[in-house]
Design a protein around this ligand. Structure first.
Ligand code: GLV
Length: 319
């Protein structure tokens, strides 16, 4: 008999075909996310759980599922899972690192450009038929070439963002608890800086850290106050790394030049003030959203799940 698993929300067909061969799956929902109560109900009797980053797999969910052997998260971040509780219960947890690195770095750059060159605003202006001819001061943006880029979190994605920055002849600085080796610093043309120094000197600041108790509100009100008045802040990592209310206030007061956000503190809620501000570009958490990448993520999560259920060590084991 194939092991029973729960896929919280329908994933791409290729990954479902693969899972059909190896498991007896139930799909929690198609066009919506499951509530925690629904996950608890549907995970009963399941050996595997394929979760998405929106699924809150906390202590309560884990304790309600005594038959569970593995949770395969279809995301590189796994802050939605209570890892220590899973470990206590001997449940394996996996994620999908690597396959979304380039796509996320691309989107980060799209956000940098969109904010710096006011692309969404200019698009709206043109669509509304307001374009009456070339003007010397129409949508004056911010130059990127040759500026200082500050990367907070120099892991896989931070490094991929740095490689792209070299094409813009930028000076790259980074802040990370783990210092790169001299060879890596050479490769990425990046120099380490303490966070405060990075915040107070960079023209463009971009966050690529993972969310954990150490990075929750890492960019607090106090840190936001260090950012230059002409700087841009980008967050395509996790919302709670930034104090969203404090950021909205700073943007409203013009204390920061602009921001680009793909993630929010309490998704899908967004600090209301942000909607009316012209100096922020808002995206609906799409950094890894290309068909190719989402397929790679779903396949990786599916393979991890099957490996774990077979008693093998999954390729992308977190705990
Ligand atoms: C996306 O946000 C991910 O963690 O995969």
């Amino acid at each position: 008999m194939k092991p029973k698993i729960l896929i919280t929300r329908e994933i791409l067909p290729e990954a479902l075909d693969y899972l059909k061969e190896h498991t007896d799956y139930e799909i929690g929902a198609t066009k919506r996310n499951l509530t925690k109560e629904e996950i608890i109900k549907k995970v009963q009797g399941k050996e595997g759980l394929l979760s998405l980053l929106v699924d809150d797999i906390d202590k309560e969910v884990i304790n309600s599922a005594p038959s569970l052997k593995i949770i395969a998260n279809c995301a590189v971040g796994y802050n939605n899972i209570d890892i220590s509780e899973a470990k206590k219960k001997g449940i394996l947890v996996t994620n999908t690192p690597g396959v979304l690195t380039e796509t996320t770095a691309d989107l980060t750059w799209a956000l940098i450009m969109a904010v710096a060159r006011k692309i969404p605003q200019a698009d709206q202006y043109t669509r509304r038929k307001k374009f009456k001819g070339w003007e010397l001061d129409l949508f004056l943006g911010k130059e990127i070439t040759g500026k200082r880029l500050g990367i907070i979190g120099m892991g896989r994605i931070g490094k991929a963002v740095a490689l792209r920055a070299q094409a813009f002849s930028m000076e790259i600085v980074y802040s990370d608890p783990h210092r790169l080796t001299p060879e890596e610093e050479e490769k990425y043309k990046a120099s380490a800086l303490p966070l405060d120094k990075l915040l107070s000197t960079a023209d463009i600041i971009t966050i690529h850290a993972s969310l954990n108790p150490q990075t929750f509100h890492l960019i607090s009100r106090e840190k936001i106050n260090l950012i230059r008045k002409d700087a841009v802040l980008i967050n395509a990592a996790r919302g709670p790394i930034v104090d969203e209310k404090a950021l909205a206030k700073a943007l409203e007061k013009g204390q920061i030049w602009g921001a680009g956000l793909d993630v929010y503190e309490k998704e899908p809620e967004i600090e209301t003030k942000l909607f009316s501000l012209d100096n922020v570009v808002l995206l609906p958490h799409i950094a890894s959203a290309t068909y190719e990448t989402r397929l790679r993520m779903a396949m990786m999560a599916a393979r991890n799940l099957v490996q774990g259920l077979k008693g093998e060590k999954p390729e992308n084991l977190v705990v």
